[in-house]
Design a protein around this ligand. Structure first.
Ligand code: G6P
Length: 502
């Protein structure tokens, strides 16, 4: 363990750090900020507070000293190859990810994966405990680190602890499969505020707490009995007495739907060179009347196969003509060492090959498929070029691509087809909402989107844009941090500043 002296009033903990390590040809390494929305949202508040970010540096066995990047202190947590296999590829992405996404793929339960998940969560908790200042705020992110809140509370009862779950939380009938269901719930309840994407996720969690632990709940509050040891040692903070006469902490579990940095997407879309690129994309695709677009990590939760099936049937039935329409599918590589992802890639690429083989002409491709990630400029140009955006997730915590498309369409044009199983559908009601399992319904909706008159497109897009403008990621982080401040003010004076205090 490294010795580390500096401590910080605000600490964010996530599996991945918000920086990527670039190694040049001569072997020298440098760091660049990753493009994610989370870091964009938290950057201002982290800067004002001299915040620190604790996370894995993105490669096995990378043991790097803490450093500063763009005014944020970066505190790397080293993970070995074997730990990554068991904790990241195994328990996080082979057990929790499919379980939390409605068991679309079968979750695998391995005790050695769990043991490593426990050990790695403990390491993250210890690093966070060494990094946070007295009475500070620690905000833990996502399903890879669900045990950290409780472990951290055990190490540092003075801290105010938040947790945000970026993915769905499943109904109890599914969640209860997990052999370690009680430990996970107890792990999360170490936090003062637990955030979810949708009201349904918060309800599912609260139900699991009631069923497994029998605690009192009165949404959004959960009464958690305080460990006797902590009370005796005088270490329990902001406690009260419940109606049953127990000493309890009150934990808040509720919806905080995440968003994007809306303004930066719009600004990028307005740049002349990005618009020129969008025009060029249309020309390069053979000037089809309709460009449809799918943008996803190549993940089985995204319903890419359902989308291709609906599209293929429309072509087969002659209701679409390859001269008139192209589907651009960007499927960025993801979790490529996990078997279910390798199988999915084979399935999707077989489907893509078949469709192109059957329907493409020399001048027009049915599908333009890209197993690559692109810089944000190129994505925004694609959004501008796309007449119809297809988001057909079978289950998705939020789906930020839907929001990015809307944010980019400053021209109030384009039609968003959006799965009701994505959290974004709670907010984006003016999209054409679909059930991706209903292939006939999906086909009809694709045709409806293509035929929608310009006035209807503009009316819907204006309403969608208002939602995404009014609810951007800065508002999201502020509302979560405000909830934490409120929790902390029960026991301490708030010790960190909101960006809006300045
Ligand atoms: C989802 C998860 C994130 C994760 C991201 C990319 O959005 O909620 O926690 O970072 O996918 O997945 P990866 O496994 O590459 O980190």
């Amino acid at each position: 363990m490294k010795s580390q002296h500096a401590t910080f009033p605000l600490v964010v903990v996530s599996n991945r750090l918000p920086v990527d390590r670039i190694v040049a040809e001569d072997g020298t390494a440098s760091w660049t900020q990753s493009p994610g929305g989370l870091v964009t949202a938290l950057e201002p508040v982290m800067r004002v507070n001299h915040g620190a970010w604790v996370g894995w540096a993105g490669a096995p066995d990378l043991d790097v000293d803490p450093f500063e990047n763009n005014g944020i202190s970066i505190v790397p947590v080293p993970l070995s190859g074997e730990e990554l296999e068991n904790y990241y590829e195994g328990f996080s992405n082979g057990t929790l990810w499919p379980l939390y996404h409605d068991v679309i793929a079968p979750p695998r339960y391995h005790r050695e994966w769990w043991d490593t998940y426990l050990a790695v969560n403990q390491r993250f908790a210890e690093v966070a405990a060494r990094t946070a200042a007295h009475g500070g705020v620690v905000w833990v992110q996502d399903y890879q680190l669900q045990l950290v809140p409780r472990m951290l509370r055990g190490l540092r009862p003075d801290l105010v602890i938040g947790f945000f779950n970026h993915i769905p939380f499943p109904p109890y009938g599914i969640y209860s499969q997990l052999p370690w269901r009680t430990q996970i719930i107890e792990g999360l309840l170490g936090a003062d505020v637990i955030g979810f994407q949708r009201a349904a996720d918060a309800n599912n969690f609260t139900t699991a707490v009631r069923r497994l632990l029998g605690y009192n709940t009165n949404s959004p509050h959960i009464e958690v009995p305080v460990d006797r040891d902590l009370q005796d040692a005088g270490l329990a903070s902001h406690v009260s007495t419940s109606k049953r006469g127990e000493t309890v902490r009150t934990v808040i579990a509720k919806r905080f739907p995440i968003s994007i940095d809306t303004q930066s997407f719009e600004e990028m879309a307005r740049r002349p060179e990005v618009q020129e690129r969008a025009r060029q994309i249309r020309v390069d695709l053979g000037n089809p009347r309709t460009i449809m677009l799918g943008v996803d990590r190549l993940d089985y939760t995204k319903g890419i196969g359902h989308r291709l099936k609906a599209y293929g049937e429309l072509l087969t039935e002659g209701r679409l003509n390859v001269e008139d329409v192209t589907l651009v599918q960007v499927a960025s590589p993801s979790r490529e060492r996990v078997a279910a992802y390798q199988d999915l890639r084979d399935e999707i690429e077989l489907q893509v090959g078949r469709l192109n083989g059957e329907f493409s002409t020399i001048s027009h491709n049915a599908l333009s498929y890209h197993h690559q990630g692109y810089p944000r400029e190129e994505m925004v140009a694609l959004y501008l070029a796309a007449d119809v955006m297809l988001v057909t997730a079978l289950r998705d915590g939020m789906n930020l691509v839907a929001k990015e498309y809307v944010a980019s369409r400053f021209d109030n044009d384009g039609v968003l087809v959006l799965s009701e199983f994505a959290g974004a559908s709670d907010d984006l009601k003016q999209a054409l909402l679909i059930n991706p399992h209903d292939i006939e319904g999906l086909k009809e909706t694709i045709l409806q989107a293509m035929a929608m008159p310009a006035r209807d497109r503009a009316r819907r897009m204006r309403a969608l844009r208002k939602r995404v403008r009014d609810n951007d990621v800065t508002k999201w982080s502020k509302s979560f941090l405000d909830a934490l401040t409120e929790a902390s003010s029960l026991a301490h004076a708030p010790r960190f500043k909101s960006i809006h205090d300045d």
